[in-house]
Design a protein around this ligand. Structure first.
Ligand SMILES: [Cu+2]
Length: 494
């Protein structure tokens, strides 16, 4: 079988893509030092971040108009402490409604930042967030219905770190920016004038928008300098649609220590890691051998039209598709970023802990109910290019789809056919019971708030915070083009 990657490589060799000179000049964009986002600790009052338009230098030859929370592109890392109330004022200095949704945070619907909480230009939203969950890596992003994909792509997103003062560091590297490093991974495309290229039609609507340039913390394929020893990376897939399959080019193993909802009970050894949009994973990588390393990813084959040459050709014929990142390995993997080891800097942690006592435990009761969610690429009544939806209904801001009882445990069955969909639920963390009938081990998966469904997944859920009809929670596909096209529903908790 000729796969799409090889077809594209062939096309490049025959001169069908961009001219060589342009390509050579673009190479200078990569290899810049990894930017480390600034940190805002929300442990007092008076913290403000405004959503703004910015101008950001992604490329060597021009500035790009972007959006950000309090900065040109993306936002600061927000640190919140378990047991405290985080207060923040989010201003809107853009020309459109925005929100700030705290993805993964267990807070009531009225402060969750979902689509019903959109606020207009010139307005300020000041939620108070009671932090009541284990240490974890979360994120925040705008969530305006129909505009989420555009606004997140432009830069309205950032990382959240929940600290648990009662649990301490658990023996893990925890010096921010030194051996505890956020990695916000995204893909982008640019027009010739350096403006962001974004399309939401054709294949970029059907499989989600994927692009050829890989950014980490807002820099194209950067290089990080790391100490000799164990380094913790907080990986966040903040891409609109791309699913990554990460691996180190030298095949070194690493350990996953945390998932969406916080620490695993023990480190889980692996040599590759799949991360769907909105998922997080904390991994520990051993750099004590002093060797430089490169993080790569397999191409994303999640495509309703199937992979292979026909899929690629169909995509091109329909328009609205962009290029794929340039492969750098014989497996067609592309580069995410690289790492140099600073031998002068000895890492603070040299030995991996064996267990994590503060890892969240599943605290679910016997499930009292099952609900079924079928993710639809087309809903009936909408014609050939009809809206996407869930249970044959496109998202409506005027309709409450489900009513859940506070504190009751349920099983949610999520069905995804045609392609894989990362299913996200607001307001809680859930346990994955099974995927296509095969039990899923929580020891390796952890508590989740996004799960990449390919077939049938059973999720054990319980909601312990309320959400009323005015400010319901959402469940939705986190391929943002699908979400905006209607693959989302609203539910109350009371
Ligand atoms: Cu989807």
């Amino acid at each position: 079988m000729i796969n799409r990657r090889k077809f594209l490589a062939g096309a490049a060799a025959s001169g069908l893509t961009m001219p060589f000179l342009l390509k050579a000049s673009l190479a200078a964009e990569s290899g810049r030092p990894l930017p480390i986002p600034s940190v805002v600790s929300l442990d007092g009052a008076g913290n403000s971040i405004d959503a703004i338009y910015g101008s950001h230098s992604f490329l060597a030859n021009g500035k790009t108009r972007t959006m950000g929370y309090g900065q040109d592109y993306l936002g600061p890392v927000l640190r919140m402490k378990r047991g405290q109330t985080s207060k923040i004022n989010v201003g809107n200095k853009t020309n459109n409604p925005i929100t700030a949704h705290w993805h993964g945070l267990h807070v009531p619907g009225k402060v969750d930042g979902g689509p019903q909480l959109a606020f207009g230009p010139g307005e300020t939203w000041s939620p108070e967030l009671d932090i009541d969950q284990p240490a974890a890596t979360l994120w925040y992003h705008s969530h305006v219905h129909g505009q989420t994909a555009d606004q997140v792509y432009a830069g309205l997103a950032g990382m959240i770190i929940i600290d648990d003062p009662g649990a301490g560091s658990e023996g893990l590297p925890d010096t921010y920016g030194v051996d505890d490093i956020p990695l916000i991974v995204q893909d982008k495309a640019f027009n010739d004038d350096a403006s962001l290229l974004y399309v939401k039609r054709g294949p970029s609507l059907m499989h989600g928008f994927r692009a050829e340039k890989i950014l980490v913390n807002g820099a194209i394929r950067p290089t990080a300098s790391v100490p000799s020893g164990l380094v913790r990376f907080r990986l966040l897939n903040a891409s609109n649609a791309r699913i990554y399959t990460f691996r180190f080019e030298d095949n070194r193993s690493f350990h996953q220590v945390a998932s969406d909802g916080g620490l695993l009970g023990a480190p889980s050894k692996m040599s590759s890691l799949v991360l769907a949009p909105a998922e997080r994973a904390e991994i520990i990588v051993d750099f004590s051998d002093g060797k430089a390393a490169r993080l790569v990813s397999l191409p994303d084959a999640n495509n309703p039209m199937g992979g292979g040459m026909m899929g690629g050709m169909m995509s091109r014929m329909m328009g609205g598709d962009t290029g794929e990142p340039e492969p750098v390995t014989s497996n067609d993997e592309f580069e995410i970023m690289s790492f140099d080891v600073d031998q002068q800097k000895q890492g603070a942690v040299q030995t991996l802990p064996t267990t994590f006592a503060s890892a969240p435990k599943p605290l679910f009761d016997e499930p009292v109910r099952r609900r079924r969610f079928e993710l639809n690429m087309h809903t009936s009544g909408g014609g050939m290019m009809g809206n996407m939806g869930i249970n044959d209904k496109p998202m409506s801001m005027e309709r409450i789809d489900e009513r859940v009882r506070l504190g009751e445990t349920e099983i949610w069955e999520v069905f995804a056919n045609e392609m894989e969909h990362p299913f996200h639920i607001h307001g809680t963390s859930f346990q994955v019971l099974s995927h296509n009938g095969v039990p899923v081990d929580m020891a390796t998966t952890g508590l989740k708030d996004v799960f990449l469904v390919n077939g049938i997944a059973e999720l054990l859920v319980q909601f312990n915070k309320p959400a009323d009809e005015q400010t319901p929670y959402m469940y939705h596909c986190h391929i943002l083009e699908h979400e905006d096209a209607g693959m989302m529903g609203q539910f109350t908790v009371a």
